[in-house]
Design a protein around this ligand. Structure first.
Ligand code: ADP
Ligand code: MG
Length: 668
């Protein structure tokens, strides 16, 4: 076997993130096959792969039902649907030499006795000894067989020194097994060996590499310069003196955290988490004032035009009386006004700019951007988030990401280690809890009656139509149909409609009409999921609730219960319900707290899926599980800080060793 893998193999290995012998050593098995003992043919249980051995008696090519090679052995037939001529010859030689076939696979009853379909096999001399360790099965890629990979790994293990670079004190404190012994054991454990300690060591090292990488990125960005925005400016002081409401304790605490960051001459990198309705917007506005007081500008980005408009209105009502100039860049802006707004931003006469990501995409130039706020950041795509981040980094601006999607603490630690995290964990007082009801779609008439009664009482209602994944047209059609139908069924009500295909101006118009109470029932798709705030709306009906994800249902439901009245959320579902849909509806019915729902969501879907839609693009953990290994992750986080303080070179080599090619993965 050649020392260096040929180019084709190297390319395949690269797909697995393997570029060196050292990477091969850390390419650990997914599972094992037990080839350490033979199972007598008569004892092979159905569905369990076993190792059997038998003398070869003859070969034949059968044509029914398909062309195939049949190898008849003592008490067993092997069938190969795809085979080479060389295979036939190999078996024939075995017959001549009196060798036997040793095959690994499931034995099943066939037409002429026991058979194995496409087993993995080897020709062996009758008394050839069995391996003493389990056979590793490695993660692989197409065209790279287990046999080749095993050989490469074995060779790497023979030549590569596996140095334990973790400081001894840390190893002792956490009672970690030695690295070399752990790695060697995991590649070839004897049957029945206890591999838990070895995995624990490997997982710790991997989690440590991830934490080191994220904390290093954090420190690097934090070391840059940014304008210090002191918290004692005149505008900020005036605004705090006449706030429209009293801040909750959580809001005050978080405000202090943010203002402390902004006062530093280094860029803030903070994620502000707070459940829907927890009052993140005012905190964002306060931060903007710190920027304006310092003679700089702030940008506020929202994922949708509707939300950007709402921010514009709120910010204007709060800050315009202080003389703050706010530019609103939206899709429906006539060319001349757009030009004027951009000019005001470029000249610095606009202090705060509000818009969608177009704010950063259309080459809008800021005179002195010092703070970039991204609302509902999880709604931006990975690429957009990266772009936003790069742009605000280039401008040396402070960054505040806001999210209403609660992420369980365990995950937040592994995924957001390169950010500081603030949490508003309290709702403003006086909120009436939302009562959630589940109703089969068959009870539509009762639901309509409920809407009629609420609207007659001066309240307003949302009717949410589901997103149909396969087709945005169908999605739209569903909303249009629901709109027509509801108008017919509720002739006394003024019904509005808003969906993703309306022009920005139409959308804004429809939202505005609802916010002003000109429409009573708003038929909508999930465009209203994000941040929309109409306190007088106290009833929400979600059609086909079984099709929504948990986070989405929670966000939707958060649109109501914002006023003084008790609110109802009616989840209409269509039977039969899948097991998964039933579990989701149960969770949303039983829980009101976003963090509790996120924990349940995580439990139902697992960390990969849970983070998938929000954070895809995170460096993948191959061995550790951020939830199952939360205690290790916590230890790794603490160790990472210590090690970075003590020895950055160690940190870099540890990252390189464990993340290798993945270390450069774009961070969001
Ligand atoms: P979110 O965190 O979901 O973005 P918002 O900032 O939109 O929440 O706030 C939800 C509603 O609560 C808004 O109408 C806002 O003005 C109001 N609000 C925020 N903070 C308070 C508070 N401390 N007391 C009373 N009302 C508040
Ligand atoms: Mg919001």
């Amino acid at each position: 076997m050649k020392r260096e893998p040929p180019a084709a193999t190297a390319r395949k290995l690269a797909r697995l993130g393997i570029r060196s012998r050292r990477d091969l050593v850390l390419h650990l098995p997914l599972r094992y096959e037990d080839e350490t003992h033979l199972t007598p043919l008569g004892e092979a249980a159905a569905g369990v792969p076993v190792l059997v051995q038998a003398p070869v008696l003859g070969t034949e090519i059968a044509f029914r039902p398909k062309r195939q090679l049949v190898v008849r052995c003592e008490g067993l037939a092997l069938r190969f649907l795809n085979f080479y001529g060389s295979q036939t010859r190999q078996f024939e030689r075995a017959i001549e030499e009196g060798s036997q076939v040793r095959a690994y696979g499931e034995v099943r009853p066939g037409r002429q006795g026991a058979e194995m379909i496409h087993p993995r096999y080897r020709i062996v001399a009758p008394g050839e000894p069995l391996p003493s360790a389990l056979t590793p099965v490695y993660p692989t890629t197409s065209g790279l067989g287990q046999a080749t990979l095993r050989k490469l790994v074995l060779e790497a293990l023979a030549h590569e020194a596996i140095e334990d670079t973790l400081p001894a004190a840390l190893r002792e404190r956490l009672a970690l097994a030695p690295l070399e012994a752990s790695v060697r054991l995991l590649h070839a454990p004897p049957p029945g060996a206890d591999v838990a300690a070895a995995w624990r060591r490997v997982k710790f090292d991997e989690l440590l590499a991830q934490q080191l990488q994220l904390r290093l990125a954090y420190r690097k960005r934090r070391a840059r310069d940014a304008p210090a925005l002191p918290a004692n400016g005149p505008l900020l002081r005036r605004f705090l003196g006449k706030l429209p409401f009293r801040l909750t304790r959580a809001q005050s605490r978080v405000m202090a955290e943010l203002l402390r960051d902004l006062a530093q001459p280094h860029p803030m990198q903070r994620l502000l988490q707070g459940d829907v309705g927890s009052g993140k917007t005012i905190v964002a506005a306060i931060c903007c004032l710190a920027a304006v007081d310092a003679g700089t500008q702030a940008a506020v980005m929202a994922p949708t035009e509707i939300l950007a408009e709402q921010h514009y209105r709120k910010f204007s009502s709060w800050l315009a009386p202080l003389g703050v100039e706010i530019a609103w860049l939206h899709g429906a802006l006539p060319a001349a006004e757009r030009k004027a707004a951009r000019k005001a931003i470029a000249a610095g006469s606009a202090h705060i700019a509000i818009g969608t990501q177009a704010l950063f995409q259309e080459g809008v130039e800021f005179a002195r951007l010092a703070l970039a706020i991204v609302d509902e950041q999880h709604r931006f795509g990975v690429k957009q988030r990266l772009e936003l981040r790069r742009k605000s980094e280039r401008a040396a601006a402070h960054q505040l990401m806001m999210s209403a999607t609660p992420i369980p603490r365990t995950l937040s630690m592994t995924y957001h280690a390169d950010l500081d995290v603030s949490v508003i964990d309290e709702l403003p007082p006086g909120r009436k809890p939302v009562t959630t009801r589940l109703a089969s779609a068959a009870r539509r008439a009762e639901v309509l009656e409920r809407i009629r009664a609420a609207c007659a009482d001066g309240q307003q209602a949302y009717w949410v139509c589901p997103v149909i994944e396969e087709s945005r047209d169908k999605d739209l059609q569903a909303a249009l149909d629901a709109f027509e139908e509801l108008r017919r069924e509720l002739p006394a009500l003024k019904v509005g409609l808003v969906h993703g295909r309306l022009s920005p101006a139409e959308k804004a118009g429809a939202m505005q009409a609802f916010a002003l109470g000109q429409t009573q029932l708003l038929v909508c798709t999930t465009v209203i999921e994000v941040g929309v705030d109409v306190p007088n709306a106290s009833l929400m009906v979600i059609e086909h609730a079984e099709r929504f994800g948990l986070a989405q249902l929670h966000q939707l439901r958060g649109r109501i219960g914002r006023g003084a009245r008790a609110s109802d959320c009616i989840l209409l579902f269509v039977e039969p319900l899948s097991e998964a849909a039933r579990s989701r509806l149960k969770v949303i019915y039983e829980n009101a707290d976003g963090f509790a729902i996120a924990e349940e969501d995580l439990r139902l879907r697992g960390p990969g899926e849970f983070m998938g839609e929000r954070q895809s693009g995170e460096p993948l953990l191959r061995f550790a599980d951020p939830v199952g290994d939360a205690d290790l992750a916590e230890a790794a986080r603490a160790a990472a800080e210590e090690l970075l303080d003590a020895d950055e070179a160690f940190a870099r080599s540890h990252i390189e060793r464990w993340l290798g090619a993945r270390a450069e993965y774009p961070r969001v």
